[in-house]
Structures are given as C-alpha cells and as structure tokens.
Ligand binder design. Structure first.
Ligand code: ZN
Length: 223
C-alpha cells in the first residue's frame, strides 16, 4: 500500500509540473482535477479498505477492487463540486434578469444559451460561470449606475470569459489551494491574461474602450 501511495503522490507532483508548463485553460483545469484526484486517492483507498475490513468483505486488502471503488468516488466528487454544485447553487439562489434588450444582446453575441441572473446587492458587481448551463450574474447596483453602452461592455467581457472557460480555470485554481503544492503550480499570471483577453473581446466588438473603461471606473468607485 505504501508503494501505491508514493506512486500516487509522485504522479500528483508530475501533474503540477506539467500544469506549470501549459498555457491552455482547458488543460490547466483538467490537470488540477487530476492532481487533486491523485492526491486524495490515498484517503479514498484507505477509508474504502477500512470499510471493507470492518464489514469483513472480500474487498479488504484487494487492490484492484479498492481502486475500482475509489477512482469513481473521488472523480465524481471533484467533478460534481466544480462543474455542477457551485454554479447550480448560484443560479438557483438568484432571480433571473428579465430586461429584454439585455437578453437579446447576450443571445446575439453568444452561441450558448446563457442564463442571466440578478444579484440582489447594491454593490456593483458582475461575474460569470461556465457550467452545464452557463450563467452571467449582474447586480442591481451595477445596473443602476451604468449606462446601456457600459452594461454592454461588461456583458461582452463576461461572454468572453464563458467562451474562454475562465471560470473553470479560476474555480480549479481555488480548488487547488487545498493542495499543499499550490504555490508550485505557477497560476499567478493566468488571472491577468484572462482579464486582458476578456477586455480585448469587448473592445473589438464595441470598436472603442471608452465604455469598458468608464464602467470599470464607476465599479471601482462604488464597489
Ligand atoms: Zn473578468
């Protein structure tokens, strides 16, 4: 068992090492899950083995069977919380945005069916999730202080995040903090790159950075 645990740990470290070298958001997110799965697999193995021992089942100390039980449990838990659980909690706990021009605008610039949610806070905030059904969240405070052009700039920025899978990278980055090897992953630069790419997309559609900049100034001032 000790050999297996060491092998899992070395593989987990290898995943972190590859993660450092990669630029793709998709691959990064995938590697974070692989890393965590490898890291927590020994725990799943040990607890499954204990359970098998306690119930006097034939799976006790039977490695192939133990793996068969542990892999899907660990993988399903990581995938569920990352892609379904957290986004679902947010979309279910907030009201939908019904404003027609906002709905039409998002539909025009995004192929996927994005859910628009209203955050009931006076603070001007906006964020997005990529999930089974992606969502953009805008706060009441933000809709109150921004002009139509500025709201469109923010929407384009968030649509770009969804297209680029930024939330998956960001979430897996948070998830990775549970790992003692977090600081080796070299994630620091990726946030800035994602923001720049999202800004670029908004500017390219609007043909000016005027609205994006004024939206940011207002959100900084009131946020
Ligand atoms: Zn952003």
């Amino acid at each position: 068992m000790l050999v297996i645990y060491s092998l899992l740990l070395v593989s987990a470290l290898a995943a972190i090492f590859i993660l450092r070298k990669t630029d793709s958001s998709r691959l990064k997110a995938g590697l974070v899950y692989i890393h965590l799965i490898l890291l927590f697999m020994p725990i799943a193995l040990m607890s499954t083995n204990t359970a098998c021992g306690l119930t006097c089942s034939s799976c006790h100390n039977n490695l192939p069977v133990l793996f068969m039980y542990s892999i899907p449990i660990t993988a399903a838990a990581a995938a569920f919380f990352g892609f379904v659980g957290v986004p679902l909690f947010y979309t279910l706990s907030n009201r939908r945005i019904k404003t027609r021009w906002i709905k039409n605008f998002v539909r025009r610039y995004s192929a996927s069916n994005i859910q628009l949610c209203l955050l009931n806070t006076a603070k001007p905030v906006a964020f997005s999730f990529k999930s089974l059904r992606s969502g953009i969240f805008l706060s009441v405070g933000m809709l109150e202080i921004l002009t139509k052009d500025e709201i469109e700039a923010v929407l384009l920025h968030e649509i770009s995040h969804i297209k680029r899978l930024s939330s998956v990278t960001k979430f897996s980055q948070k998830l990775l903090m549970f790992s003692p090897f977090y600081k080796f992953a070299g994630f620091n630069g990726s946030d800035k790159l994602e923001e720049e790419a999202a800004d670029k997309f908004a500017i390219s559609i609007q043909k000016t950075d005027k609205y994006l900049q004024s939206a940011k100034r207002k959100m900084d001032k009131f946020g």
